[in-house]
Design a protein around this ligand. Structure first.
Ligand SMILES: *Cc1c(COP(=O)(O)O)cnc(C)c1O
Length: 392
């Protein structure tokens, strides 16, 4: 049966949200790989390091695991229209699952601020795509007003059924690690639903006696979109400090995260931390994950950059097992990758903020394309020069 091939619905006994789970709207989401990252581990002085790659979902991000759940509820309740505001991946997932279900979908995205790969998906899957001249937080405000005037099912991350679907990667990780959960899980923080959902998944397994403890869950934000980090610094998580968000990691360019309180609870109850990382640190970490043959989108790379800080601060130790949650696929934002390798990503200010050691570290990962004449001698000489510069 289709639902048995879904990494979300095979756990349907733990997601009691549909009258008939056999009729769930599924694209065979979930069941994502848990990779080891041996070079990244060695570079950080860790014994080993794992990555749960949620970018290996049908539309290329973890949003599919939540969308299969919430869209199934929308169909069961007889809605004709669904809608969301999105930094890109939610809209791609919603458009795909709505199309599968035969529902109509409307997407609000901030104009000019989402990656092309994501925008193309919402068109490909047939959504009505509206680019609003505002940021993500502005899109949320418009949508909140619209749902009061039109019978539309809202699929933003505050939708409780999305959280139910997004808790299932926790079950998969426990399964993949033979029920010996890792010491640490590191999650990127945008609207903060993912960290909340994973925390819920681990807490439920612990409650059922399937695991004997819960991993520490830490959240990493970009310096330019750091409301949770500031909230923890300035008032210890009591009151949200909103910011005007700016980062190239567009999936986490969110200034007023909806699920901040749930996330704070998870971080507190598991003993985790909140860190922030710079644009330069994100770019380097993304290249390092790419060089493992894995790749991810910029927002996912904050996990490795944040881990590096937590290790340097002595919070995470060499023998502890860490799982990075890679939230999106590398092809979501290929412009970013190409700009990085051509050394066209950073501003002058960002460049001059780096020490020469940091510049050299970035340079060691750059692989810009070379244009050559189709002449065997020229190609051979270029290859020899390259080997001299980059010995195995
Ligand atoms: C949505 C998204 C995030 C942020 O997740 P939240 O649940 O909003 O914190 C991070 N990375 C990618 C690739 C995403 O699509």
């Amino acid at each position: 049966m289709a639902v048995d091939q879904s990494g979300v619905w095979r756990f349907r006994d733990l997601l009691p949200i549909l009258d008939d789970p056999n009729r769930a709207v599924t694209l065979r989401e979930g069941n994502t790989p848990l990779y080891d990252l041996p070079r990244n581990a060695r570079a950080l002085g860790l014994d080993f390091l794992l990555a749960k790659h949620q970018g290996m979902n049908p539309t290329g991000s973890f949003k599919d695991t939540g969308m299969t759940a919430a869209l199934s509820v929308a169909r069961e309740r007889g809605f004709e229209w669904v809608a969301c505001a999105s930094t890109g991946n939610t809209s791609a997932a919603m458009a795909a699952f709505a199309a599968r279900a035969g529902l109509r979908s409307i997407v609000f995205i901030p104009e000019g601020k989402i990656a092309w790969g994501k925008l193309s998906q919402s068109m490909d899957y047939g959504a009505l795509t509206v680019q609003l001249r505002t940021d993500f937080d502005g899109c949320v405000r418009i949508l909140t007003d619209l749902v009061k005037r039109f019978p539309i099912y809202l699929l933003n991350s505050v939708n409780p059924y999305r959280l139910e679907g997004q808790k299932t990667p926790a079950f998969e990780m426990a399964e993949q690690m033979d029920w010996q959960v890792p010491e640490h899980i590191i999650v990127p923080g945008g609207n903060l639903a993912n960290s909340a959902a994973l925390g819920k998944g681990f807490a439920e397994m612990h409650h059922l006696g399937l695991i004997n403890r819960v991993p520490t869950i830490s959240v990493i934000q970009a310096e330019g979109a750091n409301p949770l980090w500031r909230t923890m610094q300035e008032n210890d998580g009591r009151e949200l400090v909103s910011v005007t968000a700016e980062t190239r990691a567009s999936a986490i360019r969110i200034g007023s995260p909806a699920s901040w309180q749930k996330s704070v609870k998870v971080i507190r109850s598991t003993g985790g931390w909140v860190e922030q990382v710079s644009e330069q640190e994100i770019a380097l970490a993304k290249a390092q994950i790419g060089a493992e043959g894995i790749g991810c989108e910029p927002a996912s790379a904050v996990t490795l950059a944040g881990l590096r800080k937590l290790v340097a601060q002595g919070k995470i130790h060499a023998e502890q097992r860490v799982v990075l949650i890679l939230t999106g696929h590398t092809l979501k934002d290929s412009d970013y990758t190409i700009n990085y390798h051509r050394d066209e990503l950073f501003t002058e200010a960002e460049r001059s903020a780096m020490s020469s050691a940091e510049k050299a570290e970035q340079e060691s990962f750059r692989k810009p394309p070379i244009v050559l004449d189709p002449d065997p001698g020229t190609v051979l000489r270029t290859l020899e020069a390259h080997m001299e510069l980059h010995p195995a």
